[in-house]
Design a protein around this ligand. Structure first.
Ligand SMILES: [Zn+2]
Length: 225
């Protein structure tokens, strides 16, 4: 028997659970010690809730990693898991399972909130590739073309003093954001990280502009709305 054949799932060559998990995606349940898939919140052997672990947000929801997502499917999976992790189901369990179910629920919420927001989803996908969108120095846009577009749109919003012109900026920014999301889906699907990074920065300022134009519209004096 070769060394590879002896390397059974659930028992890494060095005997460590981490090596075994990395090798096969199967870990030992903390409660019954039985084998259970690392991506599942409940033990396949005894049903006990498991620690949330280091799953990425896509895997946690059982989704393919990518920008283009069926949001109805994300919601369906999220609410199904949320029901199974409801605190009422753990009221009679021990403190460890109650604590683990809360950890699972908060990891699930983080996954859902990140994946449902296109801008956060794009930033997260880039982060998984080791690319930081926010460099933390406030100078996130250094592409001259992007910078010019952002400045022109800001000026248009600053100059918009009546309802029609604010609505004009809002509609323009909303349409640009929508086409930017479509471009992003194509860039991520093609594995073009440079384009995905640039489009994520563009979506970031477009989203901010949509938000600011919306607020501006609400704050216009009643007589010009
Ligand atoms: Zn178990």
């Amino acid at each position: 028997m070769s060394a590879a054949e002896k390397n059974e799932p659930g028992a890494g060559r060095d005997g460590s659970p981490v090596a075994a998990a990395a090798h096969s995606g199967v870990v030992a349940c903390w409660s019954c010690r039985g084998p259970t898939p690392a991506a599942e919140p409940f033990c396949a052997t005894c049903g006990a809730v498991q620690p949330p672990g280091q799953l990425d947000h896509f895997r946690r929801l059982g989704l393919e990693r990518g920008f283009a997502l069926d949001t109805a499917e994300v919601e369906r999976r999220y609410f199904a898991l949320q029901r199974r992790l409801h605190p009422d189901r753990f009221a009679t369990r021990g403190p460890r399972e109650r604590a683990l179910s809360q950890s699972q629920a908060s990891s699930l919420n983080a996954a859902y909130e990140t994946l449902m927001d296109p801008l956060r989803r794009a930033g997260y996908l880039l982060a998984l590739e080791g690319i930081a969108v926010d460099r933390g120095d406030g100078q996130t846009i250094d592409d001259p073309e992007l910078l010019m577009e952002a400045m022109e749109m800001r000026e248009a919003l600053a100059d918009a003093t009546d309802a029609a012109s604010v609505k004009g900026v809002l509609d323009h920014a909303s349409a640009a954001a929508e086409s930017c999301r479509q471009d992003l889906a194509r860039a991520f699907a093609a594995g073009d990280r440079a384009a995905a990074h640039r489009l994520t920065l563009r979506l970031k300022y477009l989203s901010k502009l949509v938000e600011e134009a919306g607020l501006r519209r609400l704050r216009l004096p009643a007589k010009v709305r």
